[in-house]
Design a protein around this ligand. Structure first.
Ligand SMILES: [Zn+2]
Length: 72
C-alpha cells in the first residue's frame, strides 16, 4: 500500500503510532517506514486496519518525505 491510498482518518491518528524503519536499498540514506503499531506496555501491537474506517493498512510503506507530508 502507498501513501496516496491512505484515508484521512489514519493520517489523523499517525501522531499516536509507531513504525519499524529500514534503509532503502536503492538509497541508503533514505529510510522506509513499515509495520505501523501501537506501543502498549512496551509491546508492539500491530495495526492491520485503520481503527476508524477499517482500511487495510498493514502493508503500508512510507518514505520519509511521504511521512512528513502525511504528518502535517
Ligand atoms: Zn481510515
Amino acid at each position: 500500500m502507498k501513501a496516496k491510498d491512505l484515508c484521512k482518518c489514519f493520517k489523523n491518528i499517525m501522531p499516536n503510532i509507531y513504525w519499524i524503519t529500514y534503509s532503502d536499498e536503492s538509497n541508503i540514506t533514505q529510510k522506509i517506514r513499515v509495520m505501523p503499531h501501537f506501543l502498549i506496555k512496551n509491546e508492539r501491537q500491530r495495526i492491520n486496519n485503520c481503527p476508524q474506517c477499517g482500511l487495510y493498512v498493514r502493508s503500508i510503506e512510507l518514505n520519509e518525505n511521504e511521512y512528513k507530508e502525511l504528518s502535517k
